[in-house]
Design a protein around this ligand. Structure first.
Ligand SMILES: Cc1ncc(COP(=O)(O)O)c(C=O)c1O
Length: 481
């Protein structure tokens, strides 16, 4: 028997969706939810066209699509039949004429945790003083970079060798890291990824099993915590003294240790050579691997930078991590890691399986930017500029907030910590500052477990001296209330 389609099909010629598409969607949903039972037949296409007052071609297009997808059985000379044998979807209940909100898939423990936690930090909206971790995009040589991108795009085919880590960039980076950061590497040891964050996650996947212990500095970088927990590691916060991780009296045997020795995140302190050697000795004895995150190590203002941990290590247990998002622009989306020689192939495979690959065009453009000397020149110029901004920030905070904070000028990097002298709720203070137009992150939110100090974590690199003065005045006003 032909099914009457009244109440099932309601086409609207005024909609932008073509009539054939509307008919297809409405029939499909009526078949899927059982309003058109399996085995029943539709009217013939001629009849359907007449009933719905549309062309036969339109009906045929919808019927053919439904037949191709298995909803209808069609045979020459017979009316289309609703196909039998497929499992129906449960009907979504309708309340007050509105479909109920669709149930969302069950979330993993990790996803539930990142939804509830304020680390690394909640979305802060449009960047404004003193959002940390930002380079000043206004000072970037955009025209020069655009030329590199254009040339790389034009030359992007055909290529003989199609490795996902471009040799030209690996060579340029290796030269730079050996000369300026004291890293020991051959070009092929450099794995290019979309960011330092992606790199940390990749290293965690390659080196950790569920339940393995991973150490993180406390206070430390919340992004690393997120990445290590995604690998189901047991993340343990290790307290710091002025030199970095305090290793004495620790009983656990970590599988992985994450550190930021150039400028400890967030305190900005430099790990001196004796602590570096102690850490390497500890890693050797316990068999732990190390991640050395040198996220903003390019910017050093006072004295000589200390040689990288990776360069001091002779045993191939340090993963050196870097990123172009601080040295160039956040939007570049290129990071990298120098991996031990013995793990190059493993990382290349892991990279492919996790899709952590960077456009070859982008890599070639970066290689040219480095080979031409533009990268080194930009770092030199930004180092001068950021040094001046650091000094201005320290002076402005001292002038505007009098005794409220202790500020230790960092020897490098792009941000500083202003520690509260009095016991104060730094989260509440940051909320009040946000209302007054200034971004600051609470020092206490960087601890794993109980915070022992409170303060403001403030970025200075991306803001002009005038913006720094205005922002510091706001901090002074809010703290003075
Ligand atoms: C300590 C530290 N490591 C890594 C990163 C991540 O860098 P990327 O933007 O390349 O993921 C950041 C970003 O703020 C950082 O502060």
């Amino acid at each position: 028997m032909a099914r009457p389609l009244a109440g099932v099909i309601d086409l609207d010629g005024g909609k932008s969706t073509p009539l054939a598409r509307q008919l297809y969607e409405q029939l499909r949903s009526a078949i899927a939810d059982g309003r058109l039972p399996q085995g029943d037949r539709l009217p013939s296409s001629r009849m359907l066209a007449r009933q719905l007052d549309i062309s036969r071609n339109t009906v045929s297009a919808a019927i053919d699509q439904l037949a191709a997808e298995g909803y209808l059985d069609v045979a020459r000379g017979r009316r289309p039949a609703i196909a039998a044998g497929f499992v129906r979807l449960p009907v979504v209940p309708v309340a007050h004429g509105q479909p109920a909100a669709p149930a969302r898939p069950r979330l993993s423990r990790w996803a539930r945790r990142i939804g509830q936690s304020d680390w690394p930090f909640r979305y802060e909206g449009i960047p404004r003083p003193f959002a940390p971790g930002l380079a000043d995009a206004r000072e970037f040589p955009h025209d020069l970079w655009a030329r590199c991108l254009r040339r790389a795009a034009r030359n992007s085919h055909p290529r003989r060798r199609r490795g996902h880590n471009r040799l030209a960039l690996q060579e340029a980076l290796a030269r730079h890291l050996v000369e300026h950061r004291g890293v020991r590497t051959e070009p092929r040891q450099i794995i290019v990824t979309p960011s330092a964050q992606a790199t940390i996650e990749l290293i965690a996947r390659v080196t950790l099993d569920a339940g393995d212990i991973a150490w993180l500095e406390s206070p430390g970088y919340g992004g690393a915590r997120v990445a290590l927990e995604a690998a189901d590691a047991e993340v343990v916060g290790v307290p710091l003294d002025r030199s970095g991780l305090v290793l004495a009296k620790r009983k656990e045997r970590p599988r992985l240790i994450f550190v930021t020795p150039s400028h400890q995140y967030p305190t900005g302190r430099l790990m001196p050579i004796d602590r570096r050697l102690e850490l390497l000795r500890f890693a050797r004895i316990t068999g732990a691997a190390l991640i050395e995150d040198d996220y903003d190590g390019e910017f050093h203002y006072d004295g000589q930078p200390v040689a990288s941990l990776q360069g001091l290590d002779g045993t191939g247990r340090v993963f050196y991590v870097g990123t172009f998002s601080k040295a160039m622009l956040a939007d570049i989306r290129v990071g990298y890691t120098v991996v031990p020689e013995s793990l190059v192939e493993t990382f290349e495979i892991a990279q492919r399986h996790t899709g952590q690959l960077v456009s070859e065009t982008l890599q070639d453009a970066l290689a040219e930017f480095m080979d031409d000397g533009a990268y080194a020149a930009h770092i030199r110029r930004m180092t001068r500029l950021y040094r001046g901004r650091r000094d201005r920030m320290v002076q402005a905070l001292a002038a505007e907030t009098r005794d409220a904070f202790v500020v230790e000028p960092p020897a490098g990097g792009m941000q500083l910590v202003a520690r509260c002298r009095l016991r104060q709720d730094d989260r509440r203070l940051c909320t009040r500052l946000a209302e007054a137009g200034v971004t600051a992150r609470p020092l206490s939110s960087h601890y794993i477990g109980k915070a022992t100090e409170r303060g403001l974590f403030l970025g200075f690199a991306a803001w002009t001296e005038k913006e720094i003065d205005i922002g510091a005045r706001v901090i002074g006003r809010v703290c003075g209330r």
